[in-house]
Design a protein around this ligand. Structure first.
Ligand code: GMT
Length: 382
């Protein structure tokens, strides 16, 4: 099959899922064409089936806001036509689903019929997409997609709850490459951070309000009064400067370290004992799955799709939003020497359920179904 993948090229979860999916598809023989405004962060390998097409957005003094959606639609038209794509798979509805709709209409006028699949990832539905500035376009373009997937049952329900979506939504969860995300022996690294045998707590995110990093800090602040521990914060975003200040005010240095954006996140997770995700909203929680794969138990909220990943008392614990006291109590339980090995083992077992080798065929089957339903399945792509 020849598949066009449209996504955000940044470190965000939707871009990571789209890029890893595309890479995996090329390894099983599909031809994948990424259409993005810059090289996706994780598109870091060569494969003869992999193509990258950059969206060109010409500047013009009249444009206070360069019309990215038009440029993206045009690039989709060019790539679909000249590369003879079988389908377009767009990740994160805004604005990719509406740009794909426009591209599809343009191609149809040229006798080219190409189905569009939209994958809903989270804030495109739960936060940004609901805003009246976007809602009519999001609803319309989701309904116009030939296929719709969501990354959790929660996200599927939330889409029906908040948008007048009339089509079936297929749930295909986030996945993990266990070849890459596995616990590596990094004793020297652990010793450098925790020289006196302290427990290591990790949080990774894009430092947005929705991640509630204040709660991460408060959990750690209270935890270290009971269990000698250190905190590593990975990632960057709008809340970082404020949070660094909070750490100074609480006199948490040098027990807290901000590592910024890191590609080899699995190296940090390999030395972690606990992962914190006290998010206000989380459609799936890919970062938490990455932690599980590296045998790191979880403290999360019980919001969104997190109960579909984190199993209470098995892979970690879930608490009500903002219940820092409960999260601290649970963290202390996990970190007890007699409990930690069991949680670590359970973490890996749970991660294996989301192994890419299990999830990739779900996408392939769904592609075939959408192609068949739209009358585009031929011997060539089938
Ligand atoms: O807002 C973010 O955290 C980034 C966002 C994205 O789309 O880039 O992540 C969402 O998609 C991920 C991949 O499907 C999910 O694992 C995350 O849970 C989801 N984030 C939220 O729902 C807040």
């Amino acid at each position: 099959m020849k598949i066009g993948i449209v996504c955000y090229p940044t470190f965000g979860g939707s871009g990571v899922v789209a890029t890893e999916l595309g890479k995996a598809l090329t390894k099983v023989g599909h031809q994948v064409h990424f259409i993005t405004y810059s090289q996706p962060q994780r598109l870091d390998f060569f494969n003869e089936n992999l193509y990258y097409h950059e969206v060109n957005i010409p500047a013009y003094p009249l444009f206070q806001y360069p019309p990215y959606e038009s440029a993206l639609s045009s690039e989709m038209v060019h790539v679909a036509k000249y590369m003879k794509l079988d389908l377009l798979h767009v990740h994160y509805a805004i604005p990719h689903a509406s740009s794909a709709y426009l591209a599809k209409q343009i191609l149809a006028t040229q006798g080219i019929h190409i189905p569009v699949i939209t994958t809903l990832h989270g804030t495109d539905i739960t936060l940004v997409g609901k805003d009246s500035s976007y809602e009519p376009v999001v609803t319309f373009s989701i309904n116009q997609s030939d296929g719709i997937t969501a990354v959790s049952e929660f996200l599927k329900s939330d889409t029906y709850r908040h948008f007048a979506v009339t089509k079936d939504i297929e749930v295909i969860p986030n996945f993990i490459d266990l070849e890459r995300f596995k616990r590596q022996k990094k004793d020297h690294f652990k010793l450098a951070i925790c020289p006196n045998g302290e427990k290591l707590v990790v949080h990774t995110s894009n430092f947005r309000k929705v991640k509630r990093i204040d709660d991460v800090i408060m959990i750690f602040h209270k935890l270290r009064q009971q269990v000698p521990s250190k905190l590593l914060l990975v990632g960057d975003g709008p809340d970082r400067a404020r949070i660094e200040k909070l750490c100074m005010e609480l006199e948490l240095y040098p027990d807290v370290r901000f590592l910024g954006k890191l590609d080899a996140i699995e190296e940090v997770l390999s030395v972690a004992d606990l992962f914190l995700m006290p998010s206000e909203s989380e459609s799936f929680g890919l970062a938490a799955l990455e932690a599980l794969a590296c045998e790191v138990p979880l403290i999360t909220t019980n919001v969104g799709g997190l109960p579909e990943l984190n199993l209470q008392g098995v892979t970690g614990f879930l608490s009500n939003l903002g219940d820092v006291e409960d999260m601290v109590k649970n963290a202390v339980t996990i970190l007890k020497d007699e409990n930690l090995p069991v949680f670590k083992e359970n973490a890996l077992a749970r991660a294996k359920e989301f192994d890419i080798t299990r999830i990739l065929p779900m996408y392939e089957k769904y592609y075939e179904r959408v192609l068949e339903e739209s009358g585009q399945l031929t011997m060539d792509n089938g």
